[in-house]
Every structure is written in C-alpha cells, then in structure tokens.
Write a protein that binds this ligand. Structure first.
Ligand code: ATR
Length: 280
C-alpha cells in the first residue's frame, strides 16, 4: 500500500475496538484490488461520538463502520438514514456523500447473502424460528421478512422483546412470538432456525441455546455466533441430520457491502473470508 495525501479514508467507530477483525479484513480487500484506500479503527467513548463524527466529516472520510455501543446513538449525528437503517433501528455503515452523511445497515443483507450463497436455500419457502430479539435478531428478521419467507416465530428469554420484534416484522410477513417453553413445538414445525443470541460465544463455547432433541433433519440451523470451529448447536444439529450455516459469512458479507458502498466496486469476498479465518 502506498500512503499518500490523497488516500481514501475509511474506518470503524466502537468502544472497545481492539478485538475487531474489520481492519485486517478491509485492508486486505483494498490491497488485493490495489485501491488507494485505508481502514482504521477508532476507540470512541459514548460521550465523544458527536465530536468523532464531526472530525471524520472534517477530515473527509469516505465512510466508516459503527459497532457496539454506537449503532443506535450514531443516528442522531447523521443527515439521512436509508430504509434498512430505519427499519432495523440501527446503523452499521456510514457513507459520506459529500453534501451529507448517509446511514445504512448492511447486517441483514450481509446475512442473507451469506445464507443463500453458502446453503442454496429458497427463502420464500421457509418457516423460520428466530432465537433472540436483540440488534442482530432485528437485522436478520428484517432481511428475512423483506425476502418474503412464509412465516417467522420469534422466541426470546425476555418475552416483551420477542413480542415487540414479532409485531414489527408483521408489517411485512406473518410473524408471531411464543414463550420459551413452547420452543420444541415451534422448532418441530420450522424449516429454518436462526440463532442470534450470545449463547455459545467465547468463553462459554459449550453452551447450547436449544435442547438438542428439538433439532431434526428437515431443519437448516443457522448460528450467528462465529468460531474457528463449529458451535455446539451446529455440532448437535449436524448429528441429527440438519443442514448447518455458521456466523462467519455474515461478517464477511456485511463488510463486503460496506466496501461496495465506499468504493463503488465489487468486493473480493474470497480474500476477505480467508483473512478473517486466518485471524481467528
Ligand atoms: P445483539 O445486538 O448481538 O443481538 P443484544 O441486543 O444485547 O445483542 O441481544 C442479545 C440477545 O441474546 C437477546 O435476545 C438476549 O436475550 P434478552 O432479550 O432476554 O436479554 C439474548 N441472550 C443473551 N444471553 C442469553 C442467555 N444466557 N440466555 C438466553 N438468551 C440470552
């Protein structure tokens, strides 16, 4: 990479950002395509978010990603939000359009691209169960609803949040929620199970958010938790003849979509995935 005054600047705002794989992944992509772009991570405390955005605007950043804890609060510092950001209620990508800053959300679309390209699933035939009702569930639920799946059932430890997400998704498709004690029944009737909770994340990697006997061979189990190896849930699913889909692809594709917004070019998916796998 040649560092010069005209280099196009992109990056990440989060707190903390030390563990983020995005700088490696995006810089590898820029280098592969020989684009004069750079990606830098900035640790910004919540109180300083507004100042940081002003700074990036003044410095002429082409765009940046936004991660925890700024995905919602960033919205008040932007000039426009697109449909995905408004519907999901969070921004993970900002695009500097020159005159104005546009917020979008590539998490849902990134998830769909990963799911479809890695499994060949036909979305419109799916009866979906989503476990969890946080930010990740909102992004994935919105994308699946836009894609026109048959039905979505939301299940979450805190029932109020499940109810809220189901009611939001029912703007687009039939969506309901059920309590966790009806998980078995819901999963029995489902064709796609999407696990969006943090259960199974490091360090508690042996935790399984679903009783393994609920899993069956007509199911595609998709776990947003990413590991170098399979999560316990995915291992149990595979044992019972279900198809499986891991969380790494979503990370790759949400980054690839941001890359495309900033550069106007197709992202080199393969090198991005490889870089991510090597860094885990
Ligand atoms: P994210 O943006 O990654 O989705 P989040 O908004 O904090 O993060 O949501 C975390 C999700 O994981 C929530 O659905 C949460 O359930 P609650 O709404 O009841 O908090 C779920 N979750 C986290 N730890 C869990 C656990 N030990 N058991 C069940 N669900 C859990």
């Amino acid at each position: 990479m040649h560092l010069h005054a005209n280099i196009e600047k992109t990056g990440l705002l989060g707190h903390p950002v030390g563990h983020s794989k995005s700088p490696e992944m995006l810089n590898a992509a820029y280098q592969k395509e020989e684009l004069p772009f750079i990606y830098l991570a900035f640790d910004v405390k919540p109180d300083h978010l507004g100042q940081a955005v002003k700074g990036l605007r003044a410095l002429g950043f082409r765009g940046w990603n936004v991660t925890i804890p700024h995905k919602v609060t960033i919205m008040e510092h932007l000039d426009q939000l697109d449909e995905s950001a408004r519907a999901i209620g969070a921004v993970n990508t900002v695009i500097n359009k020159g005159e104005y800053l546009l917020g979008t959300n590539t998490d849902g679309q990134g998830y769909l691209q990963s799911l479809v390209s890695e499994t060949g699933i036909h979305l419109i035939q799916q009866r979906v169960v989503i476990l969890g009702a946080g930010g990740a569930a909102r992004a994935v639920g919105y994308a699946l609803a836009q894609a026109g799946v048959q039905h979505i059932t939301v299940i979450n430890r805190t029932e109020g949040r499940a109810k809220q997400l189901a009611s939001h998704l029912s703007h687009w498709i039939p969506a309901t929620w059920v309590s966790t004690d009806r998980m078995e029944e819901a999963i029995r009737e489902a064709t796609l199970l999407v696990q969006t909770t943090s259960v199974g994340m490091h360090p508690d990697v042996e935790a399984c958010p679903v009783h393994p006997i609920f899993l069956h061979e007509d199911l595609l189990v998709s776990d947003l938790v990413y590991h170098p190896r399979k999560t316990r849930l995915l291992k149990e699913a595979q044992k019972r003849g279900a198809k499986i889909h891991g969380g790494l692809g979503m990370l790759v594709h949400q980054g690839a979509l941001a890359y495309q917004h900033w550069t106007g070019k197709e992202a080199p998916i393969k090198i991005m995935r490889q870089t991510l796998e090597n860094s885990l």
